[in-house]
Unconditional design. Structure first.
Length: 464
């Protein structure tokens, strides 16, 4: 069936006109050379095709269908030049395969007819050629010759534009070669990956930061997997470097050779030849500094729990999120004060007092599990936010904490001390209270616990 269609496509004038009508809109000057060839090859169902652009400085050959022996296209053009007779279109009715393949090659027999057209005039020394081969004999040479001439006329503007882009690309590559040392030593990451995901550009900074050479990167079936093991992340990265480049900076977290994850910023530049260059900056140290500053801005330096501003901010967020009809948003405020802390400082020294505070916070974390919302309000006073909706649960928590402190006293050198604390508890079930009011109520409950003997927990009520 396919042979019949090929036979019809290259020998039937009416069908050829229909194919040309389908082809013409796609022959745009903005298309890549490979895309142009793919379109022509598919519309006319060629068995093998190639298109060549050449100037005195460059030669670009794209091939589709069956593979082409090395230099066979160049040899064919060289033979035609020897005849010195001007030509626009060359048609071969049969045995076209022998022009390109050795006699013992299967395609030397299978390729029957073909057409070669020259696209001109182009710029100065620029030349362009289109070749199509079919596995059927040519019955109507005039049809194929006319088709080739029409395609050549249509391709003139596209080829002129492509030649300009190719020359610009060569000039750019020459500039890159001239400034190779600067490129390799530039303190920015610069690389490029082609449409087959192979790395074509990899400067010295990339090698220094990531730890792989260009050769090592390209030994991988999918080089991007070295840097982005997660397939979903890798696909998003691939889109930015192949299909959807962006001039905006995007933050990515690639992996280096030693397994460390880096923080990087990347932007993409489309070069004149259609390739995409990726330019990035390693911001790992900057991110580390930012995270450290953020940690220091919200964390008490001694106990490593939240500082006063941070825990009050968490309180406000919990209050804003609290809904009367949503039990899971309710929470308890537990204000805790370490009993007789001044005596610890006076008798054991301030260093021991600091150690006692650290020890106390560690025991609270153990009772809560994970990372509790615990903050130091100042001195030996702390605020703990518990995700519970019942005062009994909060009291049970403080009872367990006291039992743990009794079973495991604070020790320093050869001395030991059982830490004691007083606590005020307030359960919040709705959001329409002011934060300052809640803090005053729970602080009053803590004061009552200390005033009535210490070492106990007092529950405050929002009804008071």
């Amino acid at each position: 069936m396919k042979k019949e269609r090929l036979h019809t496509a290259i020998n039937d004038a009416e069908l050829s006109l229909h194919r040309l009508a389908k082809l013409m809109p796609g022959l745009s000057a903005h298309r890549r050379l490979a895309d142009v060839l793919q379109l022509i090859h598919g519309v006319f169902e060629a068995r093998m095709s190639w298109i060549m652009l050449e100037t005195d400085e460059l030669r670009h050959l794209e091939v589709l269908g069956d593979s082409l022996p090395n230099d066979s296209a160049e040899r064919l053009l060289a033979e035609l030049r020897q005849h010195r007779a001007p030509w626009r279109v060359k048609c071969w009715h049969k045995n076209v395969g022998r022009l390109l393949y050795p006699e013992d090659h299967p395609l030397a027999q299978e390729l029957k007819c073909g057409v070669l057209c020259r696209i001109f005039p182009l710029q100065d020394d620029a030349r362009a050629f289109l070749f199509l081969a079919f596995d059927q004999p040519l019955l109507a040479p005039a049809v194929l010759r006319s088709v080739a001439q029409i395609i050549a006329e249509k391709l003139h503007d596209a080829m002129t534009e492509l030649i300009s882009r190719e020359r610009t690309a060569v000039e750019l590559k020459n500039i890159i070669n001239q400034y190779r040392i600067l490129f390799d030593r530039a303190p920015v990451l610069m690389n490029s990956f082609d449409k087959h995901n192979r790395c074509t550009l990899w400067n010295g900074e990339c090698e220094r930061v990531f730890g792989w050479t260009l050769e090592e990167v390209n030994r991988e079936v999918d080089p991007l997997a070295l840097f982005y093991p997660d397939p979903e992340v890798r696909q998003r990265v691939r889109e930015t470097i192949n299909t959807s480049p962006s001039l905006e900076m995007h933050e990515w977290y690639p992996q280096r050779r030693d397994g460390a994850v880096l923080a990087t910023l990347w932007s993409n530049i489309i070069l004149s030849d259609g390739e995409i260059m990726n330019i990035g900056v390693d911001i790992t140290e900057r991110k580390r500094t930012e995270n450290l500053l953020a940690f220091q801005a919200t964390t008490d330096a001694l106990t490593c729990c939240y500082n006063r501003l941070a825990i009050l901010d968490h309180l406000q967020k919990s209050l804003d999120n609290c809904q009367a009809d949503q039990h899971e948003t309710h929470f308890a405020m537990v204000m805790i004060d370490l009993d007789h802390f001044k005596q610890i400082n006076d008798q054991w020294g301030h260093a021991a007092g600091d150690e006692a505070l650290v020890y106390f916070c560690q025991r609270i974390r153990e009772q809560c599990g994970g990372q509790p919302r615990l903050g130091r309000l100042g001195g030996e006073e702390f605020l703990l936010l518990l995700p519970v909706a019942d005062p009994g649960e909060a009291i049970a928590f403080t009872d367990r904490l006291r039992a743990q402190l009794l079973a495991a006293p604070f020790t320093r050198d050869d001395a030991s001390l059982t830490l004691s604390f007083s606590a005020g508890v307030l359960v919040v079930c709705q959001r329409h209270y002011e934060r300052a009011v809640l803090l005053t109520l729970v602080d009053n409950a803590l004061y009552d616990a200390k005033r009535t003997g210490r070492g106990k927990t007092v529950v405050a009520s929002l009804m008071q």
